[in-house]
Design a protein around this ligand. Structure first.
Ligand code: UFG
Length: 329
């Protein structure tokens, strides 16, 4: 049985769907602070709980016979992490320590961990490999890096086997049209642009036009949520077959600027998107683009949504039919 923390969140819920579709046993553990109960599929057990609650975690591990954890539960906004670092260190770092305590006490030995491209910081304009230096520019990235470091030490001392997946920018929605991206308030680029397309916002603010990139706006590597989910399942299989703890980047290997993403959204939706230049957002590196060769080579992972157009089309299918996310339209 696999326990998914944050399984009612954006990335977690898509991974749960994928696990369920492949007939794997899964229990969702989520405090519903940012997650949505509506995203938990029928037939999947749900435990409302906090990752700080070691007792509840231990009981849940025993009750369901959990042998592995996929850990998504975390706050994940770069901008907010700069203005409220306490929230991030407390929840992401201390919360993960509590989860690891529960895992070690109950001898749950496999962990797939949701890490981030934000652990790298500014790496220049080249492709980032797993060996690129990790110097986060945001508190959020710093918390993810600290968690990776704990896991390394816990592997050496307690034999915890983990895979840390460093995602670049997750986007898109499930092909069923039943689940998708819904943050409140929304802060991510693609959903905000789609809210402009939906008429829910007047315009998209572009955070900075003076970065050292071809058009001056930040460049990111967008990766479809279903491709991310598939990587988690491969990583877990790998660990269960005796694989050593390791790290993988997950991206498409193509960088798109904020302006290019807006232009592509105009193409996909056929609508004109009003834009305005605003100041830089604290903590944003200029360019983050992945080399994902390692996971392709070692785990046979291959993204199915390999164009920005297919990723934005998938997101638009969800946003155009769920203008208010999981709330009734
Ligand atoms: N941006 C804007 N205007 C907006 C929102 C975003 O210009 O209204 C810009 C940002 O400045 C950034 C880019 O669009 O340059 C993408 O921003 P997102 O907030 O969508 O994503 P981030 O790159 O900040 O962060 C995301 C996840 C993190 C993850 C990171 C890894 O939120 O959890 O990708 O790259 F760590």
């Amino acid at each position: 049985m696999i326990l998914v923390t944050g399984g009612a969140g954006y990335i977690g819920s898509h991974c749960v769907r994928e696990l369920q579709e492949r007939g794997m046993d899964v229990v969702v553990y989520d405090n519903l602070v940012t997650g949505h109960i509506e995203s938990v599929p029928n037939g999947v057990p749900f435990v409302k709980g906090d990752i700080f609650d070691v007792e509840l975690l231990r009981q849940t591990f025993r009750k369901y016979g959990v042998d592995s954890v996929i850990h998504f539960a975390a706050y994940s906004l770069v901008g907010e992490s700069m203005s409220n670092p306490a929230k991030y260190y407390h929840n992401n770092v201390a919360g993960t320590l509590a989860l690891l305590d529960a895992m070690i006490a109950e001898k749950v030995g496999y962990l797939v961990f949701s890490s981030s491209a934000a652990t790298y910081g500014d790496c220049g304009n080249g492709l980032i490999t797993e060996d690129s230096p990790q110097n986060p520019t945001s508190v959020y990235g710093q918390t993810k890096l600290m968690m990776e470091q704990f896991m390394q030490d816990y592997d050496k001392a307690y034999g915890l086997k983990y895979v840390a997946l460093r995602y670049f920018n997750a986007a898109g929605a499930h092909r069923s049209g039943e689940i998708g991206e819904a943050h409140n308030p929304e802060s991510h680029l693609i959903p905000i642009i789609l809210q402009v397309a939906n008429g829910k916002r007047d315009h998209i603010g572009i955070f900075g036009e003076d970065y050292p990139t071809p058009d001056g706006t930040c460049v990111r590597d967008y990766i479809h949520i279903t491709d991310l989910a598939d990587a988690h399942i491969r990583a877990l299989d790998y660990l269960k077959q005796g694989g050593k703890s390791t790290h993988y980047n997950l991206g498409n290997g193509n960088g798109f600027s904020v302006k290019e993403v807006i232009d592509m959204t105009e193409k996909v939706t056929g609508l004109s998107i009003k834009r305005a230049i605003e100041p830089r957002r604290a903590g944003d590196p200029a360019t983050l683009v992945a080399s994902s060769e390692k996971i392709k080579r070692e785990l046979g992972w291959k993204p199915q949504y390999d164009s920005l157009e297919s990723i934005i089309s998938s997101a638009w299918k969800w946003h155009s039919s769920h203008k208010n996310g999981y709330d009734k339209d």
